[in-house]
Design a protein around this ligand. Structure first.
Ligand code: SF4
Length: 360
């Protein structure tokens, strides 16, 4: 298939792996991927086993469902429990356990919780059910935020008074800074996410490179993309360089999607935000601006203070920071499985624990 097969060519893959094996490393290359799609692609293609031992791939906080904090799950659950409220969101979020319930459990008890494939579906549901308050629980990084911003604009244009967004959106570059400032993790390079970078552009990583001298390579998702991206990172590490490089030029430009970023800026503003495993990161979340507050579920509903309780034994926080692998968690495979997940990293199709379970 055009545009796929050429990035999966086994001969070329062998050549790239051989060239990585021939390199003379004088230090380990600890490379972090910060995109759940990369995590799954790396497992699916078996790259970890093929790389030289000194190249270590570490999975970071790239799965949007996984990094959603318990308190945000709890608030979504509270919203689902309110009479007359319909919750709409992406499927993966339903089974993520909060402190004492999940959207899936609430739905089984009779709450109106619906899976949608995009935020405009939620707007349609609001239009079709004027008697219900329809809340879209928005999770995801800079890739999904423009679509949710467009949904808010659409709802405003249609004069909908029963549509709002509970925004748990997050921004990736602040999380990269937080990881680099953590004392328990040593990273030599970032495999930067292809999807997010289509919006924020390769330029978004320049500040990380300038301030922390860490090589950043925007990388695609096919095996040859990944091997080439890893090679570009290793080259920089060997030569002591730290630059932003773009392996995924067929999709990502230096400046990104300016129109999409403008749309995000119009509807949202940055706000301090809690990430699972990383705590509160300054200006790493997106809140709906005052001008659009009628579409902000946080303003429309008076939410009570939430008593957050973490799950005993679940080590998702450490997995998300890359300081621990899923098999090191005592619950992995024994009591935590995709059928009965104890934490979000096992629930999500892009979660690191789920990827280890399926592919290792
Ligand atoms: Fe949490 Fe399960 Fe992963 Fe352990 S294996 S960290 S319990 S999701």
């Amino acid at each position: 298939m055009k545009y796929l097969d050429e990035y999966r060519d086994p001969e070329l893959a062998r050549t790239l792996i051989e060239s990585l094996r021939r390199r003379r490393f004088d230090r380990d290359a600890r490379l972090m991927e910060i995109c759940g799609t990369h995590t799954v692609a790396i497992f699916r293609s078996g790259l970890r086993q093929l790389l030289p031992a000194r190249i270590q791939l570490i999975s970071g906080p790239g799965c949007p469902v996984c990094v959603t904090a318990n308190e945000d799950i709890d608030r979504s659950v509270w919203l689902a429990q309110q009479p007359g409220v319909t919750i709409t969101t992406f499927g993966d979020l339903l089974r993520v356990p909060g402190s004492s319930s999940s959207l899936h459990v609430e739905r089984s008890k009779g709450a109106d919780v619906r899976i949608v494939y995009g935020s405009l579906d939620a707007v349609r549901i609001a239009r079709e059910h004027p008697d219900r308050q329809v809340v879209f629980v928005g999770i995801g990084f800079e890739t999904t935020a423009p679509t949710v911003a467009a949904a808010v604009r659409t709802a405003a244009a249609q004069g909908l008074e029963n549509f709002s967004v509970f925004s748990a959106h997050k921004l990736l570059p602040p999380a990269m800074r937080a990881l680099l400032e953590a004392e328990d993790l040593k990273i030599n390079g970032f495999i930067c996410p292809g999807h997010v970078s289509t919006v924020i552009g390769a330029c978004a990583y320049q500040e990380v490179v300038d301030n922390y001298r860490i090589p950043c390579v925007v990388t695609g998702f096919e095996p040859l993309d990944l091997l080439q991206g890893i090679g570009m990172l290793v080259e920089q590490i060997e030569s002591g360089k730290a630059e932003v490089a773009n392996q995924y030029r067929r999709a990502v430009s230096w400046e990104g999607n300016v129109a999409a970023r403008r749309l995000i800026d119009e509807i949202f503003e940055p706000v301090d935000c809690t990430w699972r495993g990383l705590g509160v990161i300054p200006r790493s979340g997106l809140r709906i601006r005052e001008r659009w507050r009628e579409f902000d579920a946080g303003s429309r509903f008076s939410m009570p203070a939430i008593q957050v309780r973490e799950h005993a034994g679940c080590r998702c926080g450490e997995v998300l920071r890359g300081v621990m692998t899923p098999p090191e968690c005592g619950l992995f495979r024994k009591v935590c499985t995709p059928q009965d997940p104890k934490g979000p990293c096992m629930v999500s199709s892009e979660g690191t624990c789920g990827a280890y379970y399926r592919f290792s």
